[in-house]
Design a protein around this ligand. Structure first.
Ligand code: AMP
Length: 225
């Protein structure tokens, strides 16, 4: 099974992608993670990509497109793949489609997690990390997972551990820039989503409401696949 996963930053795309990837035992390819790995490893690709990523801009297509097309040729993709973070504009969408047609690879589904921009932003800025366990979700804006209070301080609702916010989750400008790119229907990621919506002969686009809880969104996705 070959899947593209779309959703704005803050929509739970990464979480849902990991669940789908595990269930179908397919490769999980995240363009952002590949860039971060290359930056960490000090590779030539990492050096080229870093300045764009630091600014919150897209890395140029000339670097990104060959990187992803090469990745899709690796052995672990033979059983299928879930691509997350690519394509992010119309040119990437068109190039990917053409490459898949040339290789006679069918794109089974495009999952689009739909979430209002304001809600997506609130999700990002309100999330808090527990010092003891990454899997203890805390969020200041959602009653079901609101942090607890101890001595006038917010603490983890599960274990009472110390809470902190991710630095890049609090950088207003960077969040807005990423969302500007995602929601742009002309040059941004929504243009890529619309490309697939306009080509029903290529694939099936499944819009999923990203508003409900993680479990409910997973159920909706699994029912649709
Ligand atoms: P992400 O982890 O998906 O938010 O990606 C982090 C950063 O990597 C983005 O802000 C971009 O600078 C870069 N990036 C990831 N995917 C792409 C892509 N498909 N095209 C261009 N740049 C990308």
């Amino acid at each position: 099974m070959n899947i593209l996963m779309f959703g704005p930053n803050g929509s739970g795309k990464g979480t849902q992608g990991a669940i789908v990837q595990e269930k179908y035992n397919i490769a999980h390819i995240e363009s952002g993670a590949i860039f971060r790995k290359n930056i960490g490893g000090g590779t030539e690709l990492g050096k080229q990509a870093k300045e764009y990523i630091d600014r919150g801009d897209l890395v140029p297509d000339g670097i990104t497109i060959p990187m992803i097309l090469d990745r899709l040729k690796e052995d672990d993709c033979k059983n299928g793949w879930l691509l997350d973070g690519f394509p992010r504009n119309k040119v990437q969408a068109e190039t990917l489609s053409k490459a898949l047609l040339d290789e006679k690879i069918h794109l089974d589904y495009v999952i689009e997690i739909v979430l209002d921009r304001d809600v997506a932003k609130l999700r990002i800025t309100g999330r808090r990390l527990c010092a003891n366990d990454n899997n203890h979700p805390n969020h200041i804006a959602f009653d079901a997972i609101k942090p607890a209070e101890k001595d006038g301080k917010m603490v983890c609702r599960v274990c009472g551990g110390e809470l902190s916010a991710r630095a890049d989750d609090q950088d207003d400008e960077a969040i807005d820039k990423r969302h500007d790119i995602y929601y742009d229907e002309n040059t941004g990621t929504m243009a890529a989503v619309n490309f697939f919506k306009g080509h029903s002969e290529l694939t099936k686009v499944i819009p999923i409401d990203g508003g409900p809880s993680i479990g409910e969104v997973t159920e909706e996705i699994m029912a649709a696949l």
